[in-house]
Structure formats: C-alpha cells, structure tokens
Design a protein around this ligand. Structure first.
Ligand SMILES: Nc1nc2c(ncn2[C@@H]2O[C@H](COP(=O)(O)OP(=O)(O)OP(=O)(O)O)[C@@H](O)[C@H]2O)c(=O)[nH]1
Ligand SMILES: [Mg+2]
Length: 529
C-alpha cells in the first residue's frame, strides 16, 4: 500500500518502490513522541524549502524586470502616439517597418478618400443637407448605393448657390465613395480577418454622440447611382469626420498585405510589386478618379467654401491631396514619410518589443505600449500604470483652436492639460519617468504664421506676442507648472521636448535621448547603478 511520506499538505505521493521513499520511511516501531518530533522537523524543513523557493522566484522576477523596460505612450486621440511608435519601429526594427509599408498603402488611400468626402460634405448644398427621408443619424448605418438614384431632395439647386458643380463632382467621385466602403469592409470582414478583430467607423466628428464602442454600426451614407439629376441628401455628412479604426495592427496588416495578390518580388529591392496588374486592386479606381480629385481640390470656389467653413484640410491628419499625382499613380508604393503621416485610429493596445544592440544597454528588452487616446479608450490605460517604467505623454500644442472629435464642447488643449494633470498626479506613477512631448510644433508654427491668435482661444494668454517662441514657452511653462504642483513625487524630474514626430531626423535624436533618460532612471530605480 502506498502511503504519504511527505509533510501534510504537500500533496505529493511517492511510490514505496522509490528508494528515496524507502529511506525516508519512519522507523517501524516509532513511538508517539518520536512521530511528533519527526513531523515537526519535516514541517520546519518544508517551511525552509518554501522560503528558498520564494526567494528564488523573487530574484528571478527582479532580474527579468531589470532586463525589461516598459514604456507607455499616452495622450488624447490624434496626439501622435502611434506615429511615435512608428518612429521607434523605424529606428529599431526597420526591416519590419519596411515590410509593412505595402499594407499602409490602403490606409493612405482611405485617408485620401476621407479628405475627398470631407470636401464633398463641405460643398453640399445647405438645403439638401438634412431632409433625407432615408437618413436617420441615430439609425444603424451603412453605405447605401441607391439603385435608382432618384429618391433624394429633388429640386435642390445643383450648384447650391455657390457656382460649384456639386452634383457633377459627386457623380464623378461616386466610385471613390464606394471604394472607401469596400476598403472599410475589407478591414472588418470576418472572412478576411481571421482573429475577428473589430473594425468600425465612428459617427461623424461633429456629432456629440460620436464616441462609440467597437462593433457599433457604420454611419449611413447615401450615394446616387447612374446619372440622376436629383441630389442625394448630404451623401457624406454622416461619415464626414468619421475615421476608420482597427483594434490591433497585426490583423489589418494581414488583411491588407499583398498575400492576396500573388505578385512576384522585385529582384532588385526584394519588395512586392505587380499589384497594379490585379484588376481588383483599388489603385485603378483611385487612378481613374485622380483628375477629378485634382479638379475638385484646385477649384477656387471649393477652396473658398472650405475657408468660409474654416476647414483647414492641410492641417488635418492623413492629408495627401498636395501629393495627388504621386499617391494616385498606378505603381505608388508608400515612402517612410507617407507611412508616418498615415492616420489610423487606435482602439485597444498595441505592443512593440525591441532590443537595442548597443552594449551599454545590457541586453535590455524594451516594450512600448501604444493605447487609444479617444475618451472611450482611456479606461484601458490604468491597468498598465502599476507595471510601467516610463511614460511618454504627447500633447499636440497646435490644437489650441480645435475641439475633441468625441465632444465638440471640449477644447483639445484643455483636454490635454486635464489628462496631463490626471496622469502626473497618479500615485501609482510617482516613481515612473515622465517625458512630455509638446507635439505638432510644425503645425503650431504654420498656424501662428497664418494669423490664428492664441488669445482668441485661451484668453489668459492676453497680449503676449503671437509668435512661435513665445507660444511654445507659454505651453511649456503651463505643463511644467502643473507637474510641479500636482506630482506626488517632488524629486521626479520632468523632461520636456518640443516635437514634430512625423519628422524622422529630429525625432530619431529625441528618441535616443529619451532612451538614455529612461534607462538611467530605470537603472537607478532597480539599484543597478
Ligand atoms: N504635422 C504633424 N502631424 C502629426 C504629428 N504627429 C502626428 N501627426 C499626424 O497626426 C495624425 C494622428 O497621429 P496618431 O499617431 O495616429 O495619433 P494617436 O495619438 O495614435 O491617436 P489615437 O490612436 O486616436 O489615440 C497622424 O496622421 C499623424 O501622421 C506632428 O508632429 N506633425
Ligand atoms: Mg494611435
């Protein structure tokens, strides 16, 4: 019969045929006193062994931690987090960055199509904009291609009073709007998307209900087919301001990689090519529509309308209209800069791991976490707070005259300041290195030069000079003062950089400096130096 020869609770049994088990058997004629003494000794031995096990486990965890540095990218939506992550990738894993460029081609097309849609929405005749029987902004939505193309707002002036041939533009560009929908579906198609990651279009940015959850239906867009003389009702307004987002990068990249196209690789560069021979490739529709997009964009009346409505497309994310010939070319292949400018909203958390080969870095593994910055994404931040070594917080300081897409009552800079205060006052983060990127300085400079006055949006700025240097140092002091007042750790140093993270050269230098700061801070914290 087998019997338990281990201290109580060990839960392990050893066969009597095991020589060790035989040796450890209690003497056959053990007295009660001897038995109690033996059990006591066994229990103490077990306690000692458990303590040693725990010490070993702690030590292993410590050494693993010392070899891993976790950096969290934080900031509101469109602050530049994912772009910063791309810069880290470009610096440390350039091969994989370059391999993914082809998938970004589709995002760039989507960005371009969105600009077209925003223009069409801006020039849509006012009286036609909101009286569509079929359109209900609160409804589950989808692009509807009207088979007859005659059901909407007939009788509206085709030029909308501005002289802009709206209907003609709309008809010529209808294939692009259809293509946009097809690409979005491709992003979210469960057949294509093996891991069933959610993809969705949020509601229009001017709609206060635009905050959305994954899986929420697409906005409704009505596109006329054929040569109808009637006007569709605001065919783009439901989607204007809306932007595609994907939950993780890996799946959309898979869906948009050229795996579907059996193209040969160039012997020269090793890069895929030949997609333009695939008649299904979106480049054909884009390429055919290029002259009409160019005409629309160059139309002075259209520009005037955009100016009247204070729409500055040039400053918006994913703007490619100024490089139309290149982007719409049949053999267009995105450059690094194109990828850095591409806009794809993040939902969920994206992780990027890399090692720096430099011996100074002692084989440390870096993990960068990129989170979604929209309001409905921010609840995903906190779980990372108790195990992060550094935070790079991005505040787009050019956004002082803009409002949040998800809440048009909230100024974007005020939101950044609010988020900043929230993050730096968090006690869990009191020993975490904090680096602040005052981002989009290139846009700030252009905006101030074009005459936009900071004091009109932030009255406290009063009559200080409206030039870049003065405005930049105003923001730097403002963020610095909040840190000084609200940080739970008075000794924590704050590193502030003025950045334009789409600029590879300057960002590369900043990233290397930031890497050193984080590593030193981390070594200090883990008492390695
Ligand atoms: N001109 C300019 N554009 C920038 C800069 N930083 C980012 N962008 C662009 O701004 C857009 C938004 O940047 P993202 O990196 O996607 O923003 P994000 O913080 O990841 O946004 P969410 O994923 O929604 O949280 C992209 O099209 C970028 O190319 C900058 O410094 N200057
Ligand atoms: Mg992002």
């Amino acid at each position: 019969m087998n019997r338990n020869i281990h201290p109580p609770g060990s839960g392990r049994r050893r066969s009597i045929s095991d020589p060790l088990a035989v040796a450890l058997q209690p003497p056959a004629n053990e007295s009660q006193q001897e038995r109690e003494g033996r059990l006591r000794a066994e229990q103490e031995a077990k306690k000692r062994s458990d303590t040693i096990d725990k010490m070993l486990r702690d030590s292993e965890r410590r050494s693993r931690k010392q070899k891993q540095i976790k950096v969290l990218l934080l900031g509101q939506s469109e602050s530049g987090k994912s772009t910063t992550l791309k810069q880290f990738q470009l610096l440390h894993t350039p091969e994989s960055f370059h391999q993914e460029r082809i998938a970004w081609r589709f995002v760039i097309y989507l960005n371009l199509l969105r600009s077209v849609r925003r223009i069409l929405d801006a020039i849509a005749p006012e009286d036609a904009a909101h009286d569509d029987d079929d359109y209900d902004a609160g409804e589950p939505a989808a692009i509807v291609i009207s088979a007859h193309g005659n059901g909407h707002a007939g009788g509206s002036a085709p030029h909308g009073g501005s002289g802009i041939p709206y209907e003609r533009y709309l008809r010529s560009l209808a294939p692009l709007l259809e293509l946009e929908q097809r690409l979005l579906q491709q992003l979210s198609d469960p057949e294509e998307n093996a891991d069933n990651e959610a993809t969705h279009l949020p509601r229009g940015s001017l709609d206060s209900r635009s905050s959305h959850d994954a899986g929420e239906p697409l906005p409704r867009i009505v596109i006329p087919a054929g040569t109808s003389h009637s006007l569709p009702t605001s065919p783009v307004s439901a989607g204007a301001g809306a932007e595609p987002s994907v939950r993780t990068t890996s799946n959309w990249k898979k869906a948009f990689s050229l795996g579907r196209i059996q193209s040969p690789k160039s012997a020269h560069s090793g890069e895929l090519q030949g997609w333009w021979e695939d008649p299904e490739d979106p480049v054909h529709t884009i390429n055919r529509s290029a002259p009409c997009i160019a005409e629309l964009w160059r139309d002075k009346r259209v520009r005037q309308k955009l100016a009247e409505k204070r729409i500055r497309l040039e400053e918006s994310s994913g703007f490619y209209l100024d490089q139309l010939d290149r982007i719409t070319a049949k053999m267009y292949f995105p450059t690094d800069d194109d990828v850095l400018k591409a806009r794809l909203k993040t939902t969920g958390v994206v992780e990027h791991t890399f090692k720096v080969s430099n011996p100074e870095f002692r084989g440390v593994e870096w993990k960068i976490y990129d989170v979604g910055g929209a309001r409905n994404q921010r609840q995903a931040w906190a779980p990372y707070f108790d195990d992060v070594d550094a935070i790079i917080f991005l505040a787009p300081i050019s956004a002082f005259d803009q409002v949040l897409a998800e809440d048009p009552r909230m100024n974007r800079l005020e939101d950044s300041l609010y988020l900043w205060k929230h993050v730096i006052s968090n006690k869990l983060l009191s020993n975490v290195n904090i680096i602040l990127f005052l981002n989009k300085t290139d846009l700030l400079r252009k905006k101030l030069e074009s005459g936009v006055k900071l004091r009109h949006h932030m009255p406290h700025y009063r009559d200080k000079p409206n030039n870049y240097e003065s405005v930049y140092s105003y923001f730097k002091n403002k963020f610095g003062a909040i840190h000084q007042t609200h940080s739970p750790n008075r000794d924590r140093e704050l590193y502030i950089h003025g950045t334009s993270v789409i600029d590879t050269r300057s960002t590369r230098t900043i990233i290397m400096t930031v890497r050193d700061i984080i590593l030193q801070g981390n070594l200090k914290n883990t008492a390695l130096i």
